[in-house]
Design a protein around this ligand. Structure first.
Ligand SMILES: Nc1ncnc2c1ncn2[C@@H]1O[C@H](COP(=O)(O)OP(=O)(O)OP(=O)(O)O)[C@@H](O)[C@H]1O
Length: 307
């Protein structure tokens, strides 16, 4: 399969500590990939290496088919908003963008206007940045990253510290850039519910390692309400579930089956299992929050540690 971005066995060591440790991941064109991890997990380092700001100790990054030294040729295809937007606070939004455009050899006021429109700042473009709210600065940071029409956008904690309206504004922009302009993205955040509204796939990083990759559908399946049956013989129970017409279930381990449909039918399931001499230890409706799921994987509370 052809990937827009391919990260292979990437590591970065600072003195004797790995900031990231043997990470491999691939992104298809048009995907939005969410990076999740506690403070110090390695998210920013990974984004910096992908964007060419930091050199890896090991491994390689290929953008399109350019890897190794030849990747320099395509680094301009990446737009970044990493850590803070690099803005001149005494200049207007328009002039900040104009400076970036000039650096890239673009001299077209209409071009700047079109970028301001995408991020909803066309009416505020003559205000100095120091008069901007945090949300407006973040939107301008995204606008700066869009100069040069990148194929890949790297957004590091773009909604950190924003109020609900600011978060919604960024979400709408991100989705528009993806759906209407086809931009592929990696977004890091610890606001998991919000990420769930945006991304297609998650990568969970802990202590510099990529613990798990999971699609939005898989994550929803794990976290949503389900019937949980604790039972001695799941194999026998499956035959009964099939007879009852259940399709959407999963054997979790030697004792547990989760059923993700017909949540009102737990009485019927108990009765049929009983009739078939299959003893149940327990049957209940369960759900797990996304936060709990990540805490379970990473062994720590993401929200508490990432401020
Ligand atoms: N320039 C550097 N020199 C030494 N250590 C560094 C450097 N940059 C990052 N690190 C270390 O690498 C690890 C990963 O840091 P990184 O900033 O990538 O994590 P993060 O997941 O982005 O966390 P945060 O959410 O706090 O930004 C941390 O232990 C950090 O202290």
């Amino acid at each position: 399969m052809d990937y827009l971005l391919s990260v292979q066995n990437l590591s970065k060591k600072y003195s004797n500590q790995f900031a990231i440790n043997n990470i491999s991941l691939n992104l298809k064109k048009g995907e939005i990939y969410g990076l999740i991890g506690k403070n110090g997990a390695g998210k920013t380092t990974l984004l910096k290496i992908i964007s060419g700001l930091v050199k890896p100790s090991n491994g390689d990054v290929a953008l399109f088919d350019y890897s190794g030294a030849s990747r320099k040729k395509v680094l301009s295809r990446i737009g970044t908003l990493i850590e803070a937007p690099g803005l001149y606070s005494n200049l207007t939004a328009y002039d900040n963008l104009k400076l970036k455009c000039l650096c890239l050899g673009i001299n077209d006021p209409k071009y700047i206007g079109s970028i301001l429109e995408i991020v909803g700042l066309e009416g505020e473009s003559n205000k100095k940045v120091k008069q901007y709210s945090l949300g407006m600065k973040q939107r301008l940071g995204i606008a700066m990253a869009l100069v040069g029409e990148p194929d890949l956008l790297l957004l590091d904690e773009p909604i950190n510290g924003l109020d609900p309206q600011g978060i919604k504004d960024v979400r709408d922009i991100v989705l528009k850039l993806n759906k209407e302009y086809g931009i592929t993205m990696i977004i890091s955040s610890h606001i998991l519910d919000e990420l769930l509204k945006i991304v297609d796939r998650f990568g969970i990083i802990n202590d510099g390692r990529l613990l798990k990759e999971i699609s939005k559908a898989e994550l929803k399946e794990i976290c949503c309400n389900h019937i949980e049956i604790n039972i001695e013989e799941p194999k026998k129970a499956i035959v009964v579930l099939d007879k009852l017409g259940f399709n959407n279930y999963k054997v979790i381990d030697n004792h547990t089956i989760n059923i993700y449909e017909r949540l009102n039918d737990s009485g019927l399931i108990s009765m049929e299992l009983y009739k078939n001499d299959i003893s149940i230890n327990s049957i209940s409706i369960e759900s797990i929050s996304i936060e709990d799921y990540f805490i379970h994987l990473t062994g720590g509370n993401i929200d508490e540690q990432s401020n």
